[in-house]
Write a protein that binds this ligand. Structure first.
Ligand SMILES: NC(=O)c1ccc[n+]([C@@H]2O[C@H](COP(=O)([O-])OP(=O)(O)OC[C@H]3O[C@@H](n4cnc5c(N)ncnc54)[C@H](OP(=O)(O)O)[C@@H]3O)[C@@H](O)[C@H]2O)c1
Length: 261
């Protein structure tokens, strides 16, 4: 069976994006990848694969830039099957210590960049009745209780929320959507045996396997830490649901209770 696909990966000059692009090329896929610096991306990927790799210089916060990149991908490879919204960065600091510009900058890349890509690719995927969008959130986009990471967490909760809606909107058109929550990743550069975190190469392979699976995951937690943290959050919400049930359901009108009975 021919499983080779045409992929577009954002923020690919480092980290998970770079590893994913290298693995996809090794495994015979066609890959377009974006970076703020296309030359740095080409250097990092080190590819001399004529016809298989398309490095694109893109400012993800610029809608026209993004549309041009998607058009260039389709022109180069004749289609687009899988999109990975990977670009994103962490912004650390107590919520009252971060400036308006810092916060908006973080939302521009982590959220509006993703929305720009979605608007550019969805009409095409709907029309071809197929495609797969992976949005890389974070475990902090599922569990927000991490001191000093509130702003980043807010951007990733936004990614998580919009991705669940996207999945509902895209499913009737045969388009698959996966929301990925990585836990901490061991850095590819300078990684050593004692550094905590999951293996970004295994995360990249998990994305490739998910793209090839018959049924794609909507919620994909990657890493033991992400898995455990998600389970703890779910348990804690379940406990609060049970403890406060009476108050939660008590605020309806009396006739609503009768109707529900
Ligand atoms: N690292 C972790 O432990 C971890 C944990 C959970 C979730 N995540 C998420 O997983 C994804 C990949 O993480 P990573 O650690 O591999 O990322 P990374 O290496 O720090 O960066 C990935 C890419 O994001 C783009 N990027 C970073 N800062 C940017 C900015 N200010 N403006 C525009 N683009 C920017 C860069 O693209 P170019 O330089 O190529 O333009 C970069 O190559 C991100 O969405 C991240 O939030 C990471």
């Amino acid at each position: 069976m021919n499983t080779e696909k045409i992929w577009l990966v954002t923020g690919a000059s480092a980290g998970l994006g770079l590893i994913l692009v290298k693995m996809l090329l090794d495994q015979g896929h066609k890959v377009a990848a974006t970076s703020r610096d296309g030359d740095a991306l080409l250097d990092a990927v080190g590819a001399k694969l004529e016809g298989s790799f398309l490095p694109l210089t893109v400012d993800l916060a610029d809608e026209r830039n993004v549309r041009r990149a998607v058009d260039a991908t389709v022109a180069a490879f004749g289609g687009l099957d899988v999109v990975v919204n990977n670009a994103g960065y962490g912004l650390q600091g107590a919520l009252d210590s971060l400036s308006d510009a810092d916060l908006r900058g973080n939302f521009d890349v982590n959220v509006f960049g993703v929305l720009n890509v979605i608007r550019a690719v969805l009409p095409r995927m709907r029309e071809q009745r197929g495609g797969h969008v992976f949005n890389i959130s974070s475990i902090l986009g599922f569990d927000g209780g991490c001191e000093g990471w509130g702003a980043y967490s807010a951007t990733k909760f936004a990614v998580s929320g919009l991705t669940e809606a996207l999945a509902a909107e895209a499913a009737p058109h045969g388009v698959r959507v996966s929301l990925v929550y990585p836990g901490r990743m061991r850095e590819a550069r300078g990684a050593h045996g004692r550094q905590p975190g999951g293996d970004p190469a295994k995360m990249a392979q998990a994305l490739i396997n998910s793209a090839q699976a018959q049924y794609a995951p909507l919620h994909l937690f990657l890493g033991r830490d992400a898995f455990d943290q998600a389970r703890a959050k779910i348990q804690s919400v379940q406990q609060e649901l049970a403890r406060w049930r009476e108050m939660s359901v008590s605020i309806g009108f009396a006739d609503e209770r009768r109707l529900a009975a």
